[in-house]
Design a protein. Structure first.
Ligand code: CAA
Length: 384
């Protein structure tokens, strides 16, 4: 049975902040962020956006009467949860008008959560092939202001429909997993920003990749020479280069044959959006599918998911014939091109201010320009 990603959509906030300006504020060479970290912009949510609206907006274009009728499970993965008890997916389920006989659940394990969601979705479709699963990764990556992590912030969501005979990507059965209890990045209850040991987090990420790859190979997974592209969890796009260096060390010949083009197209969206935690790997995948000028039909893609704390998983997929016909690349390009640049004061107020939707607001979303927002449509700005 072929199971995989049948449709995939992106949603990003309509505002961004330039890393060049952040570097000026921090009094450092902009090249550190642009080249050393590999980030150009960070997406900034407005006060009337949050993980729920981002999630619903990513999924909305994927839905029609047929898909609404066949989605029997919604898995929403996030590490920017809005409630300790209720799944954020329930708000999304309601906004999207999905059927009532549907299970809705939230997954959490840092940036890895959506991959657990994807694997569960695969198992559910294997059990009940007539049903589809909606997996949504949605996050706002927020660090202490003026900390080393500030340049790796961002926000966005990716929605995927997992189904039998998928139109985009067939997931392979092989899985390489690695879990290790470590404090590299975490966000205790009542904190809105993450605590992070940045250097340790990079070390553990790379260690996790090495072990997950060995586990994937031991599970009968493809050799590196059988893959055309690699998509990595990208908290900042330089991380993909660091991840690829693991392969250069352990699989030197195959890595040399693949070269930088194995991951460079997957960095394009991330550079413009920033870290989206659970969504980052899937933004890298979308970046490859949307922006590659080659026909990817039949190509194998290796994917590495990492969530601090930590869990890593390496898995793979094959691009399905005819995938181009189901691409949403034009809509994604329009979404990114139509964003508005913020100055430092506005970015700072929106990212760090206490003006995000209150729980009471969750009952009053509205739709404007085809997108879900909160409030009465009047965006609160600095000048209000
Ligand atoms: N021109 C060009 N490059 C420059 C430069 C300049 N003027 N100045 C510095 N650089 C380079 C450095 O050489 C370095 O490159 P390498 O990593 O290739 O050596 C790079 O810029 C970064 O410089 P530093 O290491 O000095 O940066 P830093 O100490 O300020 O912090 C960071 C970098 C640790 C990534 C920090 O931004 C951070 O803590 N980020 C959040 C944590 C994170 O993203 N961790 C990733 C792994 S964990 C994970 O993946 C889960 C998740 O999503 C959080």
């Amino acid at each position: 049975m072929k199971i995989g990603i049948d449709d995939i959509g992106l949603s990003v906030p309509q505002h961004f902040f330039a890393l060049e300006e952040l570097a000026e504020r921090h009094g450092i060479d902009p090249q550190k962020y642009l080249v050393g970290i590999g980030q150009e912009f960070m997406a900034v949510p407005a006060p009337d956006e949050d993980i729920v609206t981002l999630a619903a907006n990513a999924a909305l274009p994927l839905l029609d009467d047929a898909s609404r009728a066949s989605i029997a499970t919604v898995i929403l993965a996030t590490e920017s949860g809005i409630d300790q008890s209720k799944a954020a997916g329930l708000f999304v389920h309601s906004l999207l008008g999905l059927r009532a006989d549907c299970r809705v659940v939230e997954f959490k394990q840092a940036c890895y959560g959506a991959t657990a969601g994807l694997q569960m979705a695969r198992a559910l479709v294997a059990q009940r092939p007539h049903e589809k699963v909606l997996v949504i990764a949605t996050d706002i990556a927020r660090y202490e202001q003026n900390s080393e992590g500030e340049c790796t912030q961002g926000a966005g969501a990716v929605a995927m429909i997992v189904a039998e005979n998928p139109r985009l990507l067939e997931l392979h059965p092989h899985q390489g997993r690695y879990s290790l209890d470590v404090s590299d990045f975490w966000r205790p209850n009542l904190r809105s920003t993450a605590l992070v040991d940045g250097k340790l987090s990079i070390e553990v990420y790379l260690e996790s990749l090495r072990n997950a790859w060995q586990s994937y190979r031991a599970d009968g997974g493809l050799g590196l020479e059988d893959m055309s592209f690699l998509c990595f969890h990208q908290p900042f796009t330089k991380m993909a280069k660091k991840a690829f260096s693991v392969f250069e060390a352990i699989e030197p010949e195959a890595a040399k044959a693949l070269g930088e083009k194995a991951y460079s197209t997957s960095q394009l969206y991330g550079k413009a959006i920033g870290n989206c935690y659970t969504a980052s790997l899937y933004i890298a995948l979308l970046s490859l599918l949307d922006n590659s000028d080659e026909d990817l039909t039949g190509r194998n893609i290796g994917l590495f998911s990492y969530g601090s704390g930590s869990v890593g998983e390496f898995f793979s997929a094959t691009v399905v014939p005819g995938y181009q016909a189901h691409s949403r690349r034009k809509a994604h390009a329009r979404m990114l091109a139509s964003r508005t640049r913020l100055g430092h004061e506005q970015y700072s107020t929106w990212f760090y201010g206490d003006n995000h939707p209150a729980v009471a607001d969750y009952s009053t979303p509205y739709v404007t320009g085809g997108a879900f927002r909160y409030g009465d449509g009047e965006l609160t700005t600095m000048s209000d």
